[in-house]
Design a protein around this ligand. Structure first.
Ligand SMILES: [Zn+2]
Length: 236
């Protein structure tokens, strides 16, 4: 990762939390460490412990962020930075922003004052508002492809032959996807269909896209993955 990318004003880092956190540490260390991201100087250590003066790490207080939590952000960005000074807000578990906090952040994320950067981190990209996602430069460290049963499911969905709901549900049962993973799978399926449609705009693909788009609006509730996929496959 080069410095240019960590200096984008709005960034979305997706993937396993530990991996993403580590990647953010190392990108910030590359930027701030005077010794070529040594890992042991004060700068490097402060970044590691989330105590670096040029960073503010946020995480949801309970299950979601509160508007009050964002006050610190607004207070900070009201202060003008010196030329060449940089400050990073790292919004961990950005999927927990919810509608209200997301909307409050839209403006600063789109047009932060000079020197301010927003890093949104999440394992569940599909839960973020599209308006937020579309404003961010994305860095993906997705490990979902390493999940063997997960790829099997995606292969079934994207196979050129008719999807057999029975076969799919058996595979789904083995994979034991939670509702978040189901959402990720759905998102990958959607992206596959979009590409297919760009390549060859058939009515069939268009219909499938519409079905998946609808499904993405109401991703499965905990424990209801099977039913969710069954209904989806039957309407494809
Ligand atoms: Zn260092």
């Amino acid at each position: 990762m080069n410095n240019k990318s960590i200096l984008a004003s709005a960034q979305l880092w997706t993937g396993n939390t530990d991996t993403v956190t580590e990647k953010i540490h190392s990108a910030l260390q590359t930027l701030f460490c005077p010794n070529n991201s040594c890992g042991s100087c004060t700068s490097c250590r402060n970044i590691q412990y989330h105590e670096h003066y040029a960073t503010m790490w946020l995480e949801p207080e309970k299950s979601t962020y509160t508007v009050e939590q964002l006050d610190m952000v607004f207070e900070k960005i009201s202060l003008q930075l010196d030329d060449n000074e940089h400050f990073f807000f790292i919004i961990q578990r950005a999927d927990a922003l919810g509608q209200t906090c997301s909307n409050k952040l839209l403006k600063p994320i789109e047009e932060p004052p000079p020197g301010y950067h927003f890093i949104l981190a999440t394992e569940h990209k599909h839960r973020l508002l599209t308006t937020i996602k579309s404003r961010c430069l994305e860095f993906s460290f997705s490990s979902t492809n390493e999940h063997p049963s997960y790829s099997a499911l995606l292969n079934l969905l994207t196979s050129p032959r008719q999807i057999s709901p029975v076969e799919f549900l058996q595979e789904l049962d083995k994979a034991k996807l939670n509702e978040y993973e189901s959402g990720d799978l759905l998102e990958q399926f959607y992206s596959f269909l979009s590409k297919q449609y760009l390549h060859n705009a058939t009515q069939e693909t268009q219909k499938k896209l519409a079905v998946v788009e609808q499904a993405m609006l109401k991703t499965p509730m905990p424990g209801s993955s099977s039913l969710f996929w069954k209904n989806l496959l039957l309407s494809l």
